[in-house]
Write a protein that binds this ligand. Structure first.
Ligand code: NAD
Length: 499
């Protein structure tokens, strides 16, 4: 399907795609796809007021009924999966199966949230006073802003929105300025779910289009009690303190610098497959992409040779072609940053394999590059940084303690893994003295998380948790209730106050 037909099939009108001040280009060939209209600062107060009004109505809708809206959203996403997945490929440059996989992730979180809508459980707690009962109630908190990054242009919204909506919170979404079209298409799909649902309040899910300035209005507003922000650590440093200053709640999902330890007992063939997918998938543009390989010195050379061989056979090219495994980087600036990082790696004593710009047999105008392996003498400055590109730094180790220390000795704390067949090593890695990351895996790579678990990381990754497990609690306020059904008024802790 060509671009115009794809956009029409997703319900775009020519007026939405032309005449605006934000130019949208496809990373595939740099071609302009649209000029969309941006939200202005002047629009923001009314938008936020609409979300507040929607909140007052939505918080009183029973949670299982709220779940029904999310169930319908899941149905509409299933119906539009092929087209939305293709738009993810067009706007971000992901290969076809990853574009579709991103939409599947939206469907999965909708399913999860529907079940959750009947499971927003609070505790009952034993009271020390006779004739008293204690319990916890979870209530909706208020409008939730979702600021999202370019690399998961639709899934991140759904992780937040599916949960926020069943929890009773309206959502205002500011997607990356690089990916407004996938966001607009998602809102059209959501509108279809709303129409079938019938009586949802207006303004339950809104979209604002633009750059950091538009996001700043959401960050600053006291009427937005929750700000979920996904992006670089630089962005988190700007957003986090501003939300904290007004005592808002932030859910920060920031940069990663994810590692794999490969122990002598590891199944090397399996490790190679996991390494290649997690370092090269999405052209190294996942927050959970594998960036550091910490290999035992006894297998390091062998493993590196296998990787260099595997990398040489990876098809780089048009992400829409069925055989392509490595699509373009999001833009030329991203490729320049990758090339600069490789130069710095060399200056810091590294030996680089691959990492050359690709111009043959790829669409002209896109930023295509060979994924790179960089053998490093130590965990130097560039290795400690997140470069959002397919660079895999290889380091060696002698003892597991040394490997864990290297793995943890970076500012970020998102995802990690170990390949080993040794139970003691695996359990040590997962123990309190092991990986300091929010995600720690054994015998699978660091990327490609399922929605059932809580997703997020520590340190400069920001500490937020989204998606599964009990991440829903971030979207609700907890209330502790004590109920006295006796005819007396005993005080806690034996305090006497008779008059
Ligand atoms: P980015 O930080 O450039 O932008 C992310 C979003 O924040 C965009 O919508 C942008 O407009 C907005 N923004 C930037 N500065 C802002 C400010 N001062 N106030 C309000 N909004 C602001 O990130 P990117 O290049 O789009 O995405 C790549 C980064 O995102 C990587 O660092 C990656 O690791 C991270 N990421 C993290 C996760 C996670 O779950 N931890 C997931 C995806 C991406």
């Amino acid at each position: 399907m060509d671009t115009a037909a794809l956009l029409t099939s997703l319900g775009f009108t020519p007026a939405e795609l032309t005449g605006g001040s934000l130019t949208v280009r496809s990373p595939i060939d740099g071609a302009e796809i649209a000029r969309v209209h941006q939200t202005t600062a002047a629009d923001m107060p009314a938008l936020i007021a609409r979300a507040q009004t929607a909140f007052r109505a939505w918080r009183e809708v029973p949670a299982p009924r709220r779940g029904e809206l999310v169930r319908l959203l899941g149905e509409e996403l299933r119906a539009a999966k092929a087209e939305l997945g293709a738009l993810v490929t067009l706007e971000v440059g992901k290969i076809t199966s990853e574009g579709l996989g991103e939409v599947q992730e939206m469907i999965d979180i909708c399913d999860f949230a529907v079940g959750l809508s009947r499971q927003l459980y609070g505790l009952t707690i034993a009271s020390e006073r006779p004739g008293h009962r204690m319990m916890e109630s979870w209530h909706p908190t208020g409008p939730c802003a979702v600021i999202s990054a370019f690399n998961f242009p639709v899934a991140v919204w759904s992780w937040n929105a599916a949960l926020a909506l069943v929890c009773g919170d309206p959502v205002i979404w500011k997607p990356s300025e690089k990916t407004p079209l996938t966001a607009m298409a998602t809102m059209k799909i959501f509108a279809r779910a709303l129409a079938r649902f019938g009586d949802a309040p207006e303004g339950l899910a809104q979209l604002v289009v633009g750059g950091p300035d538009v996001g700043a209005a959401l960050v600053a507003s006291r009427d937005i009690p929750i700000v979920s922000a996904t992006g670089s650590t630089r962005m988190g440093r700007a957003v986090g303190p501003k939300v904290a200053e007004r005592f808002g709640r932030s859910i920060l999902e920031l940069g990663g610098n994810n590692a794999m330890i490969v122990a002598p007992s590891a199944d090397l063939d399996m490790a190679v497959r996991a390494i290649v997918f997690s370092a090269v998938g999405t052209a190294g543009q996942r927050c959970t992409s594998l960036r550091r390989l910490i290999a035992h010195n006894s297998i390091r050379a062998d493993l590196t040779a296998k990787l260099v061989k595997a990398y040489a056979s990876l098809p780089v090219g048009d992400p829409r072609a069925a055989t392509t495994l490595v699509g373009p980087l999001v833009d030329h600036a991203a490729r320049d940053r990758m090339l600069a990082a490789l130069e710095q790696a060399k200056a810091e004593g590294g030996t680089v394999h691959g990492g050359r710009t690709v111009t043959a047999n790829v669409p002209q105008g896109g930023a295509y590059i060979e994924p790179a392996v960089a053998e490093m003498p130590a965990q130097t400055a560039i290795v400690r940084e997140e470069t959002f590109a397919p660079i895999l730094y290889v380091l060696g180790y002698e003892t597991l303690d040394e490997a864990i220390a290297l793995q943890n000795d970076v500012p970020q704390g998102l995802s990690s893994c170990i390949f080993t067949l040794n139970l003691r090593e695996a359990e040590t890695f997962l123990s309190a003295a092991g990986s300091d990351c929010g995600i720690a895996n054994v015998n699978i790579g660091p990327s490609g998380a399922e929605i059932g678990g809580a997703f997020g990381g520590e340190k400069e990754t920001g500490g937020g948790r989204e998606s599964g497990s009990d991440a829903w609690k971030s979207y609700m306020r907890r209330q502790t209730n004590t109920i006295n059904y006796s005819a007396k008024l005993p005080l806690a802790q034996g305090v006497k106050f008779d008059f």
